[in-house]
Design a protein around this ligand. Structure first.
Ligand SMILES: [Zn+2]
Length: 245
């Protein structure tokens, strides 16, 4: 599943096309969840991302693309997979496959809190801390995947952040000292930007210290288990990561 940084890469690739505010000249694809003809001859005002969502903003509505588990995109290329949504502009084409698409009416700012997106310039770590205090009984491995608190954080970032901050995934929020929670919040954003840089260099997996590893960075045995209420695959080191509580 693409995590927040992968969606930022898509946004950056589109920014590199220097499209300005292009008009949609043709529309294609088998999408059923929106009336795709609504986009035709409309001007795209902006491309945005929020967490794992890619947003194509028009005057008074926004097309939201969620890549889910297997979603992909191609710019100025096509492939044999059934096209979900294809947008033809003056000299470029954006094609989306195997994704979930829906339409948000009105101003996009009323739908999203940009302060919750770890990759946004508006990311607010203090707000994340306040939200953590409202979910004291939760395990840190679940909370890191909560998109209302850490939009953009996925399973890779979760595992690496907990390893980097030396926290056991099944520590509860109420048992983790505030200083350590602040460290986790800081690292969630920091790792997301490292992820972005490494993904662009195509070296992301080389930097994993615990995710999908047999030995941690300090050469201890890594445990792999589905954990927490989210039941997501978790990799951790019993030696390096402290269980609070
Ligand atoms: Zn270790």
């Amino acid at each position: 599943m693409p995590e927040g940084p992968s969606i930022v890469i898509l946004k950056d690739l589109i920014a590199d096309l220097h499209l300005g505010k292009p008009e949609v000249l043709e529309i294609a694809g088998n999408v059923k969840t929106i009336d795709k003809d609504k986009l035709l001859h409309q001007e795209i005002k902006a491309f945005k991302s929020w967490g794992k969502h890619f947003l194509i903003c028009f005057d008074d509505f926004t097309v939201r693309i969620h890549f889910m588990l297997f979603g992909t995109y191609l710019i100025n290329e096509t492939k044999k997979t059934a096209l979900k949504l294809g947008i033809t502009l003056k000299s470029d084409q954006l094609n989306f496959y195997t994704c979930k698409i829906d339409l948000l009416e009105g101003n996009i700012n009323t739908h999203y809190d940009w302060k919750a997106d770890v990759m946004s310039e508006h990311w607010n770590p203090k707000l994340a801390m306040e939200k953590l205090q409202e979910t004291k009984q939760s395990y840190i491995c679940d909370v890191l995947l909560n998109q209302d608190i850490f939009a953009g954080v996925g399973n890779i970032i979760k595992n690496e952040v907990l390893y980097r901050t030396s926290v056991h995934p099944l520590s509860k929020i109420e048992d983790i000292p505030a200083k350590k929670l602040n460290e986790i919040i800081k690292e969630a954003q920091h790792y997301a930007f490292d992820f972005l840089k490494w993904k662009k260099e195509d070296t992301l997996s080389k930097h994993w210290e615990v995710y999908q590893q047999k030995k941690c960075a300090k050469n201890h045995q890594v445990v792999k288990r589905e954990m927490g209420k989210t039941n997501r695959q978790t990799y951790f080191c019993k030696e390096c990561q402290k269980k609070y509580g």
